[in-house]
Write a protein that binds this ligand. Structure first.
Ligand SMILES: O=c1[nH]c(=O)c2[nH]c(=O)[nH]c2[nH]1
Length: 301
């Protein structure tokens, strides 16, 4: 019985590209997950291992980054069309290109100065996705009770205003020091309340909204020398803005954004095109307390 090669395609899946565009001190970002799949005269690579018609998936990934720098990302559709046409038009042996794009939406976190928007705006929060949490322990009415509020997956990004240097350099340290990097994290925060009645705080919803806003304001408003420093500033801001709270625990993965080296393609990259890595990630965790915070409540154990 004859065995034949059926339909096939190949490409680089899930290139995570973040493009920062600057208009003076006001930044905008585009955050895409791009998957390329090509097909054409690809019999030989399958049948005999002859790679002569193979445009590497590595080159496809590089093209995504290079095009983000060269042409910008006006829209997911425009970017996908530009890429798809390029792949087919550039090689006679590629007949079809499928480019699939997922775009993650970001909202601006406005930074105010004296009540008006500051000239520099480069802080963002991912639209939707976050989850509000509440955790209560009760030994019954009149007994010990504790309330912990919080959130998970509050994803935030500063496209500048973050440095990282002065750290230990041992024989395994290769990380370059930087005076300007993207700082991004998915915040998990829990804050415990002094009491079990949010009446003075305007109710639980107002308390939650205020604490969430304090986290955002501190993230956006802190010029960061480390994510640890930003974590402390965020916890501190919740405690000062919301006197009904006495401890904030934070877990913040450092969602690394690496500047893509575009020099091999004759392009500069002045912090405009980033590779958003998903793992491994630094995980920064810490607790910030008021001086009079009682011992950790049962709700937390
Ligand atoms: O803000 C940071 N804190 C670290 O501890 C760390 N470690 C690292 O590699 N990058 C960073 N960034």
């Amino acid at each position: 019985m004859a065995i034949v090669l059926g339909p096939n395609r190949y490409g680089k899946a899930e290139t995570r590209v973040v493009r920062v565009t600057r208009d003076g001190g006001v930044h905008t970002i585009k955050d895409l997950n791009v998957s390329v799949s090509l097909s054409g005269d690809m019999d030989e690579v399958h049948l005999s291992g002859d790679n002569a018609n193979v445009l590497t998936t590595d080159a496809q990934k590089n093209t995504v980054f290079a095009f983000a720098r060269k042409y910008g990302i006006a829209s997911a559709e425009e970017f996908a069309l530009t890429l798809a046409r390029h792949f087919v038009d550039s090689r006679p042996t590629i007949h079809h290109a499928r480019v699939e794009v997922q775009e993650y939406a970001w909202d601006r976190i406005p930074v105010l100065e004296g009540g008006v928007p500051r000239a520099e705006q480069h802080s963002f929060v991912r639209s939707g996705g976050e989850v509000r949490t509440a955790l209560v322990h009760s030994d019954g009415t009149g007994g010990a009770e504790s309330v912990v509020s919080g959130l998970t997956d509050l994803v935030v990004l500063n496209s500048t205003g973050s440095e990282f240097h002065g750290y230990v350099k041992d024989e395994y340290t290769t990380l370059e020091e930087t005076n300007d990097r993207v700082l991004a994290t998915a915040v998990t925060a829990r804050w415990r309340h002094h009491g079990t009645d949010a009446g003075d705080a305007g109710g639980w919803d107002a308390s939650y909204a205020g604490a969430r806003q304090a986290l955002l304001d501190a993230f956006a408003g802190t010029y960061s020398l480390s994510l640890q420093q930003t974590l402390y500033a965020m916890g501190r801001r919740v405690l000062t803005e919301r006197p009904e709270t006495c401890e904030v625990r934070l877990a913040m993965p450092n969602k690394h954004h690496f500047v893509v080296d575009l020099a091999p393609f004759g392009l500069d990259n002045d912090n405009e095109v980033f590779f958003a890595a998903d793992r491994p990630y630094g995980l920064i965790e810490g607790s910030v307390l008021t001086g009079d915070a009682p011992d950790a409540p049962d709700a937390w154990s």
